[in-house]
Design a protein around this ligand. Structure first.
Ligand SMILES: CC(C)(COP(=O)(O)OP(=O)(O)OC[C@H]1O[C@@H](n2cnc3c(N)ncnc32)[C@H](O)[C@@H]1OP(=O)(O)O)[C@@H](O)C(=O)NCCC(=O)NCCS
Length: 485
């Protein structure tokens, strides 16, 4: 881990006469315990009556600005010419028994990636996007069967047409059912795509139907695949029709440009943070996995079925390989600081790691770029209790530490031309921490973009009747950005 003082320019914690506490409490309570960084976890530290989030805390995502996709003529030459011509008379009906889900050839995959670059290249040129995809296909997370490319085709032979495509990544997951913890697999679906000239004929829908069957068994010889996930950028309906049910998809964000304001506490008295570097992540991920297991175990058999995607070092490395690639293309350098931690004693730390997502093609501009908190961990808190959004008063004693992490993230966002810092499915403590840093921060419930969605493939869920929602029987624990693909 890097040097503490060079990271966040905060004064060292002082002892008992901390203004941090006094200012926060002066109107509500008498003297209370002072704060220093060692006192972070005392329950009576804050009186949240003085800091209730505004009644309008929750808002629904505004309509996103839709960027026009390039027309076929704007696509680079060559890629569609490599595919057979397709006038509509050539196209099979989407319910044709001849349609098959296969792994495409390399040539088909390049054509597929070139075409879908319009949707996913972000700040990169098409050429750089293709290079990035090739790099990302060879990370420890994706190689050796970690990633699978899928295509819906009209026949298996040469000359076939690719009607729709996507990728899946194999994720390590844990479920707790009937009080038993099991190691399982989960596949994450990404890059769902249909060539522009073949859209609205039901091909993507047919592909999802086929995937719904295939994925429940895919690599099932390794481990059971009881659930799969995706992150819809086209709202809730399309994927829900095929069994991927929308789950909690909220976030809170803080603009990178926001200035700290005088509030109920003295922000300069927040605890110190230390940078997290890439080399720190394997240990932190192992600790996190352990915490997830423990918290699922302590849930016992009374609760719903719990599922969690394990935040493995390999998966986090994939996010950072993506970040590093784009940063290098835009700036000729890569960001060293991958997160921040408060505290040093194992079991008492509060930490998060992040990734920068660059969408703005102009490297001097920040609009649209987001520093995503991939995962936020309070080691001392039973994870599922501390992380459930809306669980009143849960974990409020950790607010100062989380606020300090937001400030550290915001510094990095500024340095790297990010417009904002965003944390998914924030706990009450995270919401309040964000609002300390930026009082206008509100929880946004996304219903168009990155809608986290889950399909159940496993044994019937205990008690679930026909027509009931999986979400009534399954809690998706640690549903944070790290699981995104
Ligand atoms: C989304 C996409 C894969 C759909 O492919 P398709 O073969 O045309 O899909 P289908 O014909 O099976 O189904 C069409 C339905 O998809 C849904 N749909 C497609 N695009 C949508 C969008 N942008 N927003 C919301 N729903 C959408 C609609 O329900 C549509 O039905 P409608 O035409 O009656 O409204 C295709 O439009 C595409 O490749 N888009 C660009 C990449 C993308 O956004 N992928 C999704 C990432 S999550």
């Amino acid at each position: 881990m890097g040097d503490l003082h060079s990271f966040v320019d905060l004064p060292p914690p002082e002892s008992s006469d901390s203004k941090f506490i006094e200012t926060f409490h002066e109107d509500e309570k008498g003297p209370i315990s002072p704060l220093n960084s060692a006192d972070l976890h005392t329950n009576d530290f804050l009186d949240w009556k003085t800091f209730e989030p505004s009644k309008e805390e929750t808002i629904v995502e505004p309509e996103p600005t839709v960027e026009p996709e390039p027309t076929l003529n704007e696509m680079p030459p060559n890629h569609f010419s490599e595919l057979p011509p397709s006038d509509s008379s050539d196209l099979p009906p989407s319910d044709s028994p001849n349609l098959k889900l296969v792994q495409p050839t390399e040539e088909e995959w390049i054509a597929q990636s070139t075409s879908n670059s319009a949707s996913w290249r972000g700040a990169l040129s098409v050429e750089a996007y293709l290079r990035r995809e090739a790099v990302l296909a060879k990370t420890p997370f994706t190689e050796d069967g970690g990633m699978t490319i899928w295509a819906l085709v009209d026949k298996e032979d040469a000359g076939r047409q690719v009607l729709a495509g996507c990728e899946t990544t194999k994720k390590k997951a844990i479920i707790s059912r009937n009080g038993r913890i099991e190691d399982v697999l989960c596949h994450g679906i990404g890059s769902v795509w249909c060539p522009p000239e073949k859209r609205k004929r039901g091909y993507a829908g047919r592909m999802m139907k086929e995937l719904g069957v295939a994925l429940g068994k895919w690599q099932g010889e390794e481990k059971e695949v009881p659930f799969t996930v995706l992150f819809s950028d086209i709202g809730k309906d399309f994927y829900a029709r095929h069994g991927w049910e929308p789950f909690n998809s909220s976030h809170i964000s803080v603009p990178a440009s926001s200035e700290l304001v005088e509030g109920p506490i003295d922000l300069n008295r927040l605890p110190h943070t230390t940078p997290i570097l890439a080399s720190d992540l394997a240990d932190l991920c192992a600790t996190d996995e352990d915490l997830i297991r423990k918290s699922m175990t302590s849930a016992g058999s009374q609760s719903k079925t719990l599922v969690a995607i394990v935040p493995t070092a390999e998966q986090i490395h994939w996010h950072h390989a993506r970040e590093d690639f784009v940063a290098n293309e835009l700036y000729g350098k890569t960001p060293e600081i991958k997160g921040a931690v408060v505290g040093t004693e194992k079991g008492k730390r509060v930490w998060c790691y992040w990734t920068r997502m660059f969408y703005n093609e102009d490297p001097t501009q920040s609009k649209g770029n987001t520093l995503h908190i991939l995962r936020l961990v309070v080691e001392q808190k039973e994870m599922f209790r501390g992380e459930k959004a809306g669980a009143a008063q849960e974990g409020v004693e950790f607010v100062p530490a989380i606020a300090a992490l937001f400030i550290a993230a915001r510094e990095q966002a500024r340095e790297w031309h990010m417009e904002e810092v965003e944390a998914w499915n924030p706990s009450t403590a995270t919401i309040r921490a964000a609002q300390l840093v930026w009082p206008q921060a509100k929880v946004v419930h996304r219903d168009k973009e990155s809608v986290t969605s889950l399909k159940w493939h496993g044994e019937p869920l205990p008690g679930m009747q026909e027509g009931q929602k999986v979400g009534e029987f399954v809690d998706w624990i640690a549903n944070e950005k790290y699981g995104w693909c």
